[in-house]
Design a protein around this ligand. Structure first.
Ligand code: P6P
Length: 335
C-alpha cells in the first residue's frame, strides 16, 4: 500500500515486493535520486560558486555548455556507474555512447539522460531539471557500435525527471502508474507527495513557443489559431497559454493539472527532424505521460513507436491531455 510521505526507499521496496521491481533497479534508482539531490544543491548554490555561466565548451547539440550542464552530467555518470548492470550511458551532453562494459548480458540496463534540461533558464532563476530513461536489454548487445543503444521508447522499463524549482520534485514511472516525490529539507529524503499522478483527458491550456508561428506547418497554425479564437471559434471555449522554455517544468505542470505541450517540426528545425531529443527527452516524458493517462505523439505517430536512427535524434513532440493530443493529431489528418 503506497502511503503519502513514505520515503523513496520505502516506495521502491513496495514495488520490489509487489510489482517485481528488480533489486538492482532499486539501487540504480536510489543512485539516480541521489544524483538529482546533489544536482539540485549545485543549482541552488550556483550563484555562490560562479557556476551559472557558460563552461566555455559546446555539446554535441552545438549548444554552449553551462558549467552546471557539465557538473550534472558528471553526477549522473558517477552515480549510474555504481550499478554493475548498467552497460551503457547515453547523455545529451556527450557525443558518443559511454560504454561501461565490453561484454554485456541479458538483463543489463542502458540509461539515457538529459542531465540538466532547460539550462538556459539557470541565470534567470527559472526551473530546470534532469530527465532519465532506462531500458533493459533482452540479450547481449554489441558494444563496438553505438547503434546497439537504438532501442524504441516502448521498451523502456522506467523513466523519470527531477524539477529543480521552488521545491525539488522527482517523478517516476516503472510501468505501473506515475508517482511524485518531494525532496525534504533537513532529512534529505525524497518523500511521496503526489501519488498515482493522472493527466485530465481534457484541457484548455497549451504550451508552445508562439514566436515560431511563422515557421510552423499549417496543421499547427490551424490548431493555434483555433486556441486563440477561443469561445468565438470552433473550439467554443477560451484557452490559456504557458511556456517556460523548460520541458520538465511544462510537463510537470501538465501532469499536475492537465494541458498539452508542443514542440512541432517547423521550417527552423526541419533539417534536424525537430528540436527535442528522442532518446532522453521525448521517450522518457512520453512514457510518463502515457502512464499518467495522456498521449504522446510526433503529430503523425506515437512517440514510443518511433524507431531510433541515432542516439541524438530529434523528433517533433506533442504530448499531454489525451483529447487535446487527439485534436491536434486530427489537424494533421491523423484520426
Ligand atoms: P525554446 C530546453 O533547451 C529545451 O530543450 C526544452 O526543455 C524546452 O521545452 C525547449 O528546449 C525550449 O525551446 O526554442 O523555446 O528555447
Amino acid at each position: 500500500m503506497l502511503e503519502t510521505n513514505m520515503t523513496f526507499r520505502q516506495f521502491l521496496l513496495h514495488d520490489y515486493r509487489n510489482e517485481g521491481l528488480e533489486k538492482d533497479l532499486v539501487f540504480l534508482l536510489e543512485d539516480i535520486a541521489t544524483a538529482c539531490a546533489i544536482i539540485s544543491n549545485h543549482v541552488r548554490d550556483g550563484a555562490f560558486k560562479g557556476n551559472l555561466g557558460v563552461a566555455g565548451s559546446t555539446n554535441i547539440q552545438g549548444e554552449d555548455q553551462k558549467q552546471l550542464d557539465v557538473i550534472a552530467d558528471e553526477e549522473f555518470i558517477r552515480h549510474c556507474s555504481n550499478c554493475s548492470r548498467v552497460a551503457a550511458l547515453v547523455s545529451e551532453e556527450v557525443d558518443e555512447v559511454h560504454w561501461l562494459k565490453k561484454e554485456t548480458k541479458a538483463g543489463d540496463y542502458i540509461v539515457y539522460f538529459d542531465p540538466l534540461d532547460g539550462s538556459s533558464n539557470l541565470d534567470v532563476n527559472l526551473s530546470v531539471g534532469s530527465i532519465f530513461s532506462i531500458v533493459q536489454i533482452a540479450e547481449p548487445i554489441d558494444t563496438s557500435t553505438d547503434a546497439s543503444v537504438l532501442i524504441k521508447g516502448s521498451k523502456q522499463i522506467c523513466a523519470g525527471y527531477s524539477v529543480y524549482g521552488p521545491s525539488t520534485s522527482l517523478v517516476i514511472t516503472t510501468g505501473h502508474s506515475v508517482n511524485g516525490f518531494t525532496h525534504q529539507q533537513g532529512t534529505g529524503e525524497f518523500r511521496l507527495t503526489f501519488k498515482d499522478m493522472t493527466i485530465p483527458e481534457t484541457t484548455s491550456e497549451f504550451a508552445i513557443n508562439a514566436s515560431r508561428y511563422r515557421l510552423w506547418d499549417e496543421p499547427i497554425r490551424a490548431y493555434f489559431d483555433e486556441c486563440l479564437a477561443g469561445v468565438d471559434g470552433a473550439r467554443g471555449s477560451n484557452t490559456n497559454m504557458r511556456w517556460t522554455a523548460s520541458m520538465v517544468a511544462d510537463i510537470h505542470r501538465i501532469l499536475t493539472r492537465g494541458g498539452v505541450f508542443l514542440y512541432p517540426m517547423d521550417e527552423g528545425n526541419r533539417a534536424t527532424g525537430g528540436k527535442l531529443r528522442l532518446m532522453y527527452e521525448a521517450n522518457p516524458m512520453g512514457f510518463i505521460v502515457e502512464q499518467a493517462g495522456g498521449s504522446a505523439s510526433t503529430g503523425t505517430q506515437r512517440i514510443l513507436d518511433v524507431t531510433p536512427t541515432s542516439h541524438h535524434q530529434r523528433v517533433p513532440v506533442i504530448m499531454g491531455s489525451k483529447d487535446e493530443v487527439a485534436r491536434i493529431d486530427a489537424f494533421h489528418g491523423k484520426s
